[in-house]
Every structure is written in C-alpha cells, then in structure tokens.
Write a protein that binds this ligand. Structure first.
Ligand code: SAH
Length: 521
C-alpha cells in the first residue's frame, strides 16, 4: 500500500520560456460565446504566463490559463479605459521581453478594428516574436447569431465593413459616407451606436434609401444577446427609445429580412433567461452547458471546492481492507471520484477492489462509476437515500460489510438505517467541501452587478455556502432545487424553491427549469 498523496503542489514556474525568449500571441476571443474561441487560441491560453484581456473578450476564457498565470485587465469600455493603448503596448513589450509567453486576448478578430495591427507593430519594432490567432468577428459571426447572413446569392455579393467610431462631419474623418452609401450590397458598422442618429443622417443624405432594412445586435452571441430591427429612417429613434446601447453591430441591407426564417439562436426555449449556477468549480460545467444549449445566459457562481479530508486515517484504513467489503455505496459523483483517487493511490492493480457490489444514488453517480470501468449493481428508482434503503430492504443485507464513502460532515441517516437492517457499515469521509474564495471567471461580480432571473442549487452545501457569500438577492429571483434534501436546506435559509426537479440529477433539473419557463409563456 502506498501512502495517500497530498494535493499536488502547483507547478513551478520553470515553464516560463526563458531560453527560447518570450512570445506574444494576439488571440481573437470571438464575439463572446465561449464555443467560438479557436482551438489554437485555447492552446495558447493553456500555456500562458501572462494574459492581458479586454472588456469584450469573454472572461471565462481565463479559466483555460494556468492558475499561476498573471491576468491583467486592459479595459476599454467606451470612455472608461482601464489602461491606455500606450500602457497596453508597453505591458505587452515588457512581459514578452522578460521571456514570457504572453496572450493578448482581444474581442472578435484581433485585426478588425481591434488595434491588433498597432500592437503587433509595437512588438515588431521592439524586435520581439509574436503570432496572430484570428478570431470570429462580431461583424460576421455576431450577425449570424441574429439569423443574418452578411451575403446571400439571391441578394448581394458585396460586403462593406466600416467603423462608426469617427465623428461624422469631422474634417479628419477618413470615412466617406457617400461611397459607403452608394456601394452595393450589405454594410456592417462596428462601434458608433451612440452616434446612430448622426450616422444614419449622413447615410441618408448620401443617398441610401430610408426604407433600407437595418438591424442592431448587441452583446451578440452572449447570453445578453439582443436584436433591434428597423429601417434607416427609424432605427436611431428606436434605439434611443429602447436604450439600446453599445456594444452593438449595425447591419444595413436586404439580408436583414432573411432573419425572419433564419433566426435560430433567439428562438431557443431558454433564450434571454439569465441563470446563475451555484456549484463547485469542478462540477458546474455540465449544468451550465445544458442550460446554454437551450439558450439561457447561464453563468457560474463558484461556492464550494472539493478537497481531500483533513483526517485521512479512516480512508487509509478502508483502502487497506477494501477487498473485504460486500457493497460499496456511493451517494454522489464527488464521492466516487474521491474514493477512486484514494483507491488508486493505495493500489496499482484494479483487481485489489475485490468482488464488492456497487450501489449508487442518481444517474450522475452511476455515470461517474462507469467512467472508472466498473458497473453498477443497484440504482434505486428515485434518487434519494430513502429509495436506496427500500431497495436494500428487499435484499438481505444482514452481516454484509458496506463502505459508504461520502463528504465529511454529511448526514448519517443512511449509515444508521443500513445498520438497522443488520449491515456492518463503515461510513468514511473521503472528501470535504470548503468555501470557494476565488472568483476567477467573475461570476460573483456579475451576480452583484446584473443579478439573475434564476439561481440553481444542486446540493444543500452549495445553498449554505452561497448564503455565506452574503450577496444581495435581486427582487423576483427564482430559485431552483435539485431535490427535496436541497429544498429543505434552502427553505431553512430563506430560499424557498420555485422549481424542484422531479428527477434528482442534472438532466432532471434542466428539464424542470425548461418546464417552468415554458409554463410561464
Ligand atoms: N475586433 C472586434 C471589433 C472591435 S471594435 C471584432 O472583430 O468583433 C469594438 C466593436 O465591435 C464594438 O463597439 C461593437 O460594435 C463590436 N462588437 C464586438 N463584440 C460584439 C458583440 N459581442 N456584440 C455586438 N457587437 C460587438
């Protein structure tokens, strides 16, 4: 038996590429949907020593960077610059010169109105290495999410992309509204929604028909995605009336009307619903992904983290005698993972597990067991401890030895009841949930700033730890619970659930949320 290893220590900084010299990657982060980052972009992030990111690049991507990597916000909301362009250039040069792998993460494509050309120019002038990783631009990809193709065989074959950043009428403005207005095909404008009245006025004066269809798409491809449709004559007033603010892409041309049949993104069942998911950092991915698949603006509030238990004596003992058990009883995917971590730390041969049968509560737990290539012998119909007990009652478990690997501090009801059935139970804490104190992807910040329509809880401990964060709940916030045990804890914390899953697992919770909102329509 090998000793159970401690948590691995963080990697040392030897990966900083001192010998080969530094390099800066100018990476396009796409318009916001995390699925629209390129594979190359992700690869660069995964090896970054420093990440310098923008207002428009999705902050979730910072999770791809190693924990030790330095993350610097370079800002740029209109008007409020966290760093000036000169400061950003200086930072890029400084870190690259120090021999680091620097990722400069920029919204959309780095070479379309992103000042990527200037930043690359600075690196080049300093004699430093750089690479460009193109991205999906909001000018094309953002409009695609609004159901608008920028070209179409039937209507146009020319695309003009221009910036609305410059003040119309300004002497030095390089923009020639006459030639933009008279060009055939689709016109796409980035920036400048604040100056829409002046710009549409210029285009109209330059001869563009006031009935030209126009769409504005703001926060395209993100959960905050919104589209406003009008004509050259009406759009500025509509935008003012609806407080339709930056960042937005504007598109002028007949292709706008194709949206009537091609609007795939905004028609999904949870589109426009903002859902905060509280879960452990390791686990929330599945729930967030399923909700997003249905169109929700789902984001994660990390509340707990899984750690090995402080007291390891009981696990060590259980692993030494693991062959003696008749049953292994798992109540959560975390328990399965922690158990097998300890088992494989202690044994190098999978056969050391012996012939124990395996019982689980919940499909998620079963799935985790199968990932380790063990089959599940018993899974009760309902995903709660009471249902498992009922199933065990039917079998004769008298004098059978059972191992219950579980969270430190979890309820002991199951162990006691199994003992009442005559089983010999070892109730062993294999992991501990501790409060998550880091807010890497900015979920806590987002909850404070924007709130949410709904918040989900998948265990009693996430509810308790969420309350410990002391966040103010926005009015009208709906609460969703994975099952009765979680709901009971929620009620005691003053978070009475509006939705409770019938099937107590992630797919069950997603189905319940969908049904809730479909019922509201
Ligand atoms: N390089 C970026 C553009 C940078 S200029 C790209 O290729 O997309 C910044 C402008 O891009 C914003 O003012 C807005 O017009 C547009 N933009 C970027 N991301 C956007 C998004 N998700 N939704 C709408 N507009 C966006």
């Amino acid at each position: 038996m090998k000793p159970i290893p401690e948590k691995p220590s963080p990697p040392k900084t030897e990966s900083i590429s001192k010998h080969s010299g530094g390099i800066c990657y100018l990476v396009g982060a796409g318009p916001g949907d995390p699925g629209l980052l390129t594979l190359r972009g992700r690869e660069c992030l995964e090896r970054a020593d420093v990440v310098i990111y923008d207002y428009l690049s999705n902050a979730e991507f910072l999770n791809f960077a190693p924990a030790r990597a330095e993350k610097i916000y370079a800002g740029k909301t209109a008007g409020a610059h966290a760093l000036t362009q000169e400061e950003t250039n200086t930072l890029l040069v400084k870190h690259t010169r120090e021999g680091k792998r620097v990722v400069r993460l920029k919204g959309g494509d780095p070479f379309l109105f992103g000042r990527g050309g200037e930043e690359a120019g600075e690196l080049s002038a300093a004699g430093l290495r750089f690479e460009i990783v193109p991205g999906v631009t909001s000018a094309i990809g953002g409009l695609a999410y609004a159901g608008i193709p920028v070209t179409h065989r039937a209507s146009n074959a020319v695309l003009t992309i221009f910036t609305g950043h410059e003040e119309p009428g300004k002497q030095a403005s390089g923009l020639d509204y006459k030639s933009i207005a008279s060009a055939p095909g689709t016109k796409v404008m980035l920036m400048g929604v604040e100056r829409l009245a002046a710009i549409t006025g210029e285009l109209s004066a330059a001869g563009m028909s006031s009935t030209t269809p126009v769409a504005l798409v703001r926060w395209a491809t993100t959960g905050r995605h919104q589209t406003l449709v009008g004509t050259l004559g009406t759009i500025a007033a509509l935008a003012l009336e609806q407080q339709f603010k930056a960042p937005a892409v504007a598109v002028f041309g007949d292709v706008v009307s194709l949206r009537e049949t091609l609007n795939w993104y905004e028609s999904r069942p949870l589109f426009g619903r903002r859902i905060a998911v509280t879960r452990t950092r390791q686990q929330s991915g599945g729930l967030v992904a399923s909700l997003r698949e249905l169109g929700a603006d789902a984001y994660e509030i990390p509340t707990i983290r899984i750690e090995p238990p402080k007291d390891k004596a009981a696990i060590i003992e259980a692993m030494l005698g693991v062959r003696a058990y008749d049953w292994l009883v798992f109540t959560s995917p975390n328990g399965v993972e922690a158990f097998f971590n300890a088992f494989f730390a202690a044994h190098s041969d999978a056969r050391e597990l012996g012939g124990a049968r395996i019982a689980v509560i919940g499909n998620g737990t079963a799935k985790k067991v199968r990932e380790y290539r063990y089959d599940v012998d018993l899974i009760p119909e309902e995903f709660v401890a009471e249902s498992l007990l009922k199933a065990f009652k039917k079998l004769n478990v008298e004098n059978l030895r059972m191992l219950l690997p579980r969270a430190a501090g979890a309820r002991e009801m199951l162990a006691l009841e199994l003992e009442n059935l005559g089983a010999i139970v070892d109730d062993v804490p294999v992991y501990e949930t501790v409060p998550e104190t880091e807010d890497v992807a900015g979920g806590i910040r987002r909850f404070r700033k924007e709130g949410a329509d709904m918040i989900t809880f998948t265990s009693a401990s996430t509810a308790a730890h969420f309350m410990a964060l002391g966040l103010t709940l926005p009015s009208g916030l709906k609460k969703a619970s994975i099952g009765p045990v979680t709901s009971r804890e929620m009620v005691s914390l003053g978070l009475t659930p509006d939705v409770e899953a019938e099937q107590h697992d992630i797919p069950g919770l997603v189905a319940a949320i969908r049904a809730f909102y479909e019922g509201e329509k």
